[in-house]
Design a protein around this ligand. Sequence first.
Ligand code: ZN
Length: 484
Amino acid sequence: MTSTTAIHAGHVIGFDGVSHRHIEDGVVAYEGDTITWVGPHSAWRPDPDCTEIEAPGRLVTPGLINLHAHIGGSPLDKSYIEDVGRREFGMSGLYEMLPARSGAQDEEGTRACLDFSSVELVMSGTTTVFSMDPMPEYNMARAAEIGLRMYLAPTFRSGRWYTSDGRQVLYDWDEQAGLDGLARAIEFIERHDGAHDGLIRGMLCPMQIDTCTEDLFRRACDAARDLGVPIQTHASQSVVEFHEMMRRHGRTPVEWLLDIGFLGPRGPMAIVGHGIFPNSHSWINQIGNDIEILGDAGATVAHAPWVFARRGIALESFADYLSADVNMSIGTDTAPQSMLEAMRWAAVLGKVTGRNAERSTAAEVFTAATLGGAAALGRDDLGRIAPGAKADLLVWDTGGTWMAPFRDPLKNLVYSAREEDLRKVVINGRTVMDERSIPGVDVAELGVRLQASGERLWDRIPQADWAEREIDELSPRSLARWGD
Ligand SMILES: [Zn+2]
């Protein structure tokens, strides 16, 4: 027998069936894993056995949906991948930096990342994550222990890219490995979809548009339809990849995804990871209508602004994608894995590239981080506070250094809030973080393990880099050492 919990808060972001609304002096009630009521306190009629939490100085929002994450490696991007970019690769880190990092990363490094990341995500407001990572069984168990809602399955591809001269990107193909990987993903989903009270859900991820064959894509799309799961691939993510697809097929990445049936039939459950280089991007400048194709297909773009911004690249522009009816969602992709930061970068860069202060608003990026992500997952019970939705809630302090003065919840969240303003996280009706503490989690110990993992990785970089460079050559230090 579960009883109702009601949070009586100064501010609540409720969902009225169409869009988010600001309720001043509101109540959110939930029973078990499900929200049962939301509205103004004046209309609230509690059950006799209801536990009511008084929170006058607090804001309650829906949990954030992080639609693009690599939590098994991203923490080890720190101190390594920033402030570098080669013009030969269009500033992308995909062809030198990431292969060296992942080649030098050991299994304990991956475990340390997965353990750390689940905590980092919860502590910065992610309640649902789309995780494209190795060690899915371990990842799933860790997420379930913390109480994080996770979409995952083994990822797969028919080939890999590499460079042997620092100028050209080449591809190594193993089509059978791609098919075997898809089979493993399907088996994983059939075994685990819905596990841990529904927190664990399946997804399919043919990794990159330029490393999967058309046959693998078509089979993966059929499987996504049969299993009813979302499918995501990285596409339009680099200048190199754009031109590689033009070279192979005479088609832009987006046109090719339409040709092979990836875009269209599944609407928003076909997720384009990044989609930052359509034909119209100023670094590409090709004839075409990629953004319109994405919008007409009703597809989702998982927009991870920081991973590009740090290389001087921005989406052109967030508002233009919205205006074309692309279902926009937000992801973190790299470190830091904070949806608060991701929303802020999306809004600010959207204004910069769109040259318009009145678009890429706090409301637009918050909606992408909640309702946009939910649509991509085919879930009308996530990303909103409404009766029948899952009880995935964030409780923020409205009176701290960063939040006061407080009038407009979304402006303060997107432009001013810090992670420490997030005081409580509820996922599936369970309080997973309370006053910045997650039961059973020693954050300092996670940091110690990450440090040790980083030190082992940095030592091994020459073995994994194509040019056998030491870490300091591949990723120069910001400051010379004292005495050098
Ligand atoms: Zn990615």
